[in-house]
Every structure is written in C-alpha cells, then in structure tokens.
Ligand binder design. Structure first.
Ligand SMILES: [Zn+2]
Length: 262
C-alpha cells in the first residue's frame, strides 16, 4: 500500500490571508510605537537601506553611493548569503566583508528572514545571535547594531528582546521620521520598480527638506532592470543626486543616529 505523507498544500487563500494579516498588522502596529527621542537636526538626513540583500545592491548600489562620496546600510539575513532567493543571487560573505571595508554599514535582518510574530522570545534570541555571529565573521566589530524587520512586520511582543540587541529597528510606515521618534520603530519609504520616481519618490525628498527630518529609503536589488522589489540604477542615481542637491546629508543609519542622539 502506498504511503501517503501529509505535505503542506500551497494555498493561495493562505498566502492571501497571510498578506492581508501583514498589511493590517503593519498599519495597526504604529499604535504601539513609543515616541521618546526628540530629533533636532542641523540639516535633513536621507538614508539608503537595502534589505536581504541581493548581490547587485552590494556591487551596483554601493558603488552609486560611493560615487557621491556617501555610504548606505545593508540589512543582511546571514542564512541567505551566497544563495539564490526569488531568482536573485544574494550577496555573499565576501560581498559583505567588502562593504564593511569600504565604510558601509551592515545591519541585522534576522538570520533566517522569519516573521517575528511567529517566533518565541527564545527562538528570536537564537536568530539574532546566529546573525550576530555572521556579522562578526564578516568584520562588523561595533556593538551598536541596527535592525530591519523582515517583511517590515514589526511586532510588539518582540520589543523587549530587540531593545537588548539593537540601537534602532526599521519598519516601513511610509513616512519621514520627524520630531519625536521611536528608535525601535523607525519609519521608511519603499523604492520598488512599480513606483514612478517623480510621482512617488521625489516628493519624499521635498518632504524631508521641509520638515528637516530623517527619510529612510529601503529597497532590495539595484540593476538596470530591477525585480518588482528592486530599484533601477537610474532611479538610485537620481534620488542620491536630488537629495544632495536639495541640501540633505546622506548617511547610514548608524551615523544618522549619532547626530540625533547628540
Ligand atoms: Zn527582507
């Protein structure tokens, strides 16, 4: 008799439900933010951050930033390093070492890129410790590490653990950080291939200039024809040039935080 094994059946309804839960959760989550740090900046700041992150973010994105004499923040999930994810070749440990040498910041994105609401505190600790080891192995010596939530899905239940590990945590939130901020729930604006630069992205630079705040962009791959989650080389170049032209300082998260905490 044939053995029947119970395999999980891919369910588009399951995916839909999970995506809806995330979308609702990612909106409601801001009610749990604790705005405790007052920002008084001498100039508007823009940070370019890259999640997961594909090799092209390290080989193309980082170079575009360097051509403008600025640096970025790359949030890595160590388990993905050197592999292929969603058709993208992911940055290797060597790419990560190179970025550190060239003055970019590496941040934590959990080791296995898991949603925090699905992890117990113990499991989350294990994830963060595993990724801390990866970061150490590629040359990150600073104890002050910054974090980005996988899937931008912040989770109040993980706050006590995250506070012990990180200086800041970045979600999405589609807004500029101004006035009173919660360092454990920083807001960010996504750059993805479906967003028109003039209609959807440039206005954020005008907004950060007028509010003298801190705008954090996030994306994934950087190439001429990016994935749906990525940023084109032309868009990244134009955003960098526009931000500098309008008087913004482009800083990695760690350096922006130093200015804010002064
Ligand atoms: Zn991610």
């Amino acid at each position: 008799m044939q053995q029947i094994t119970a395999e999980p059946i891919p369910s588009k309804y399951g995916d839909w439900f999970s995506a809806k839960t995330d979308a609702i959760g990612n909106r409601l989550i801001w009610k749990f933010a604790k705005p405790i740090l007052r920002m008084q900046l001498p100039f508007p700041i823009v940070s370019f951050t890259f999640d997961d992150f594909p090799e092209t973010a390290a080989t193309i994105g980082a170079v575009i930033l360097e051509e403008a004499s600025v640096r970025g923040t790359f949030f890595v999930s160590g388990s993905k390093a050197g592999g292929v994810h969603d058709g993208q070749k992911m940055a290797s440990a060597e790419n990560c070492k190179e970025l550190v040498k060239r003055g970019h910041e590496l941040g934590c994105h959990t080791f296995s890129h898991k949603k925090l609401r699905r992890l117990s505190k113990r499991e989350l600790e294990d994830e963060l410790n595993a990724n801390r080891k990866f970061l150490k192995d590629v040359g990150v010596t600073s104890k002050e590490v910054n974090f980005a939530f996988p899937y931008n899905a912040a989770w109040p239940g993980s706050r006590s653990v995250l506070r012990r590990h990180f200086a800041t945590c970045r979600a999405a939130g589609e807004n500029v950080n101004t006035d009173l901020i919660d360092p454990l729930m920083l807001k960010a604006v996504e750059i993805h291939a479906g967003r028109d630069i003039n209609a959807h992205l440039m206005p954020w630079i005008d907004r950060v200039v007028s509010s003298n705040g801190w705008l954090i962009f996030f994306s994934h791959d950087v190439q001429d024809n990016p994935s749906p989650y990525g940023c084109s080389t032309a868009v990244l170049r134009e955003l960098v040039s526009s931000a500098i032209g309008k008087g913004c300082h482009i800083l990695p998260v760690r350096d922006a935080l130093k200015l804010i905490s002064q």
